[in-house]
Design a protein around this ligand. Structure first.
Ligand code: AMP
Length: 581
């Protein structure tokens, strides 16, 4: 086994070339391990075995008559078929659009329609159901390919529905007829050709499609080789969602490095899988490290002291060399805890718009509390107002069909405005200190646009005066809500609830009233945006307490600081470390 000899300038132009170079370099080495449907020993694909399946699927896609750069969507959790489908899309000269399996039907249909997706790889009947119910919004979609076909065959008058083996069979027949078709598609690929269209949340409205070309991904393949972040003898356990750029960048690194990757996205199996796979590398969002930290420290008693280093390493299977963490902020306390126990967590930073990897800590120079130093070829600049600007081969070419939004973030010299605020240390390491954009991330790495959720609740509920959605670095969202006395008090009279504002908001009937609106709000939100708990404050926000600006804009930090106890109560017992910032 060996890593491909890559440099920034001498790297394969596309993901397809990168993959085929890998297959030629180490055809017999193991590429992927995956649980089998029967629950027996894990299956394994070598690089040549992977290429065989990828070529058949790619030929199957070509046989459907799809044109270069047209979009093929994948709506599935993390599993080996996801990777095979994506690599086939790359080798057929098409482009992948990704959909989280948890995304609701409405947003799934939006993404498929906005990306003009022609084909959808759907994990199971539930994913297929989303497009069946929204077929009238999907004029471009012709074919749905199902990974887990239900016993009762699926049928639709609107789309052709095939199982993955049926597509592969169709591809094998196509190759008999046109043996060079996939190679020809690869030969025609250009490095500046669209490879993925990945949707990211904005502060309002619908998500935006981020256009990343092949050169962005071949860069993400080369950088971990050049920096030595990944090694050819690593065993990587992948369970992160592949719908997000973080997952895809790990796959590119894996192909370049050539190490084996064990793939299973089932979160309820992570603990068990760590013991089976015994990885040397894994990657996760902060929430997972918080959970493992919580479990380990909960077990320790004052008599035993903290968990010993041996137990911490054992929780990861005992062989872990590095864990990469990104997508949201990780508490420095947690990084230090694991580092002291011999589990180095390398925090990194990037955005969908930069194909994930822009900066990362190096294993031999971990700077706790920072997101490390830039990948070679990536430049970081801090603007006058503190905003982090990035430039380099990983940066997107723009938002899909949104030239004005693109111009807001990307200048003519290629600098991308991240919307994050940060500082550069003397050693070049980047520290993220604040946010300029009105978006925050939960510790699960999911974007929340608080003003959008707040606006929706205000539109729904005539009783709401102010609402502040909280969830930054927490593992779920909550809200502090105040009600409009001029609407509330007359309502209270009709309900026979006596008292002033504070007494009325304290009444169970009032809570029930607001709870009904919050439930309705939640029904229209993605699961990760939903308000799990709320508190009705005993008075409205005001300028005197500094909670509102003179123009009546809510000052979030002041509100959360002044009502800290109410906020803490909503996160009691959530398993996150008490000392977390
Ligand atoms: P996404 O496009 O989903 O990858 O989100 C990108 C955003 O996630 C960045 O602009 C940051 O706000 C946030 N982010 C990513 N990595 C980190 C990190 N290590 N620490 C803090 N925030 C991060």
């Amino acid at each position: 086994m060996t890593s491909l000899p890559l440099t920034l300038d001498q790297r394969p132009p596309t993901v397809a070339h990168l993959f085929l170079d890998r297959v030629r370099a180490t055809p017999d080495a193991p590429a992927y391990r995956f649980p089998t449907a029967e629950g027996g020993p894990w299956g394994e694909l070598s690089w040549s075995g992977t290429a065989e399946r990828v070529t058949a699927i790619a030929a199957g896609l070509l046989s459907l008559g799809i044109n270069p750069t047209e979009r093929v969507a994948i709506a599935s959790s993390t599993r080996v078929e996801w990777i095979l489908a994506d690599l086939a899309v790359m080798c057929a000269g098409l482009a992948t659009t990704t959909v989280y399996p948890t995304t609701n039907s409405d947003e799934t249909a939006y993404i498929l329609a906005d990306s003009s997706s022609r084909v959808l790889f759907a994990e199971d009947a539930a994913q297929v159901g989303k497009v069946l119910s929204e077929h009238d919004r999907l004029p471009d979609l012709t074919t749905v390919i199902v990974f887990d076909a239900p016993e009762e065959p699926l049928a639709s008058e609107h789309f052709r529905i095939l199982t993955l083996p049926e597509l592969e069979h169709q591809g094998t027949l196509h190759l008999k007829d046109q043996p060079e078709s996939v190679q020809k598609a690869v030969d025609e690929l250009r490095q500046d050709q669209l490879a993925t269209l990945i949707y990211t949340s904005g502060t309002t409205g619908r998500p935006k499609g981020v256009r990343l070309d092949h050169a962005c991904w071949s860069y993400q393949g080369a950088a971990p080789v050049i920096t030595g972040l990944l090694r050819h003898d690593d065993v990587h356990f992948l369970w992160l969602p592949l719908s997000h750029v973080f997952g895809k960048t790990l796959i590119c690194g894996q192909i370049a490095t050539g190490h084996v990757m064990a793939v299973d996205g089932r979160v309820d199996k992570v603990v068990e899988n760590l013991q089976t796979i015994r990885p040397t590398v894994t990657a996760a969002v902060p929430r997972i490290f918080e959970k493992i930290y919580g479990n380990l420290t909960a077990r320790a008693t004052p008599a035993t002291g903290g968990p010993d280093a041996h137990a911490v390493r054992a929780a990861f299977g005992g062989r872990l060399r590095i864990a990469v963490c990104g997508s949201a902020a990780l508490s420095p306390d947690i990084t230090s805890f694991f580092l002291d126990a011999g589990v180095p967590i390398l925090e990194g930073y990037g955005l969908t718009e930069t194909a994930a990897g822009s900066t990362v800590n190096r294993a031999d120079a971990i700077r706790v509390g920072t997101v490390g130093v830039p990948y070679p070829g990536t430049e970081v600049r801090i603007a006058e107002d503190g905003e982090i600007l990035l430039r380099g081969p990983g940066v997107m070419r723009g938002y899909h069909n949104l030239p004005e939004k693109t111009a807001e973030v990307l200048d003519a010299d290629g600098w991308f405005r991240t919307g994050d605020i940060g500082e550069l240390g003397p050693d070049g390491s980047l520290r993220i200190t604040d946010r300029k954009k009105d978006l925050f991330k939960t510790s699960g790495g999911k974007y929340i646009a608080p003003s959008e959720v707040e606006g929706r609740l205000k539109a729904l509920c005539p009783f709401v005066s102010n609402v502040v959605v909280i969830g930054d670095r927490r593992n779920y969202c909550t809200a502090l809500i105040t009600l409009d006395a001029t609407v509330l008090l007359p309502w209270a009279v009709t309900q026979g609830i006596p008292g002033d504002y504070a007494e009325v908001v304290d009444a169970p009937a009032t809570r029930l009233l607001v709870d009904g609106y919050v439930r309705t709000l939640n029904e229209g939100l993605q699961r990760w945006q939903t308000i799990k708990k709320f508190t009705l404050l005993p008075r409205d926000l005001d300028i005197e307490h500094g909670e509102l600006t003179p123009s009546l804009k809510v000052k979030r930090t002041v509100v959360t600081r002044l009502h800290e106890d109410a906020v803490s109560a909503m996160y009691e017992g959530d398993g996150t470390p008490a000392h977390r910032a």
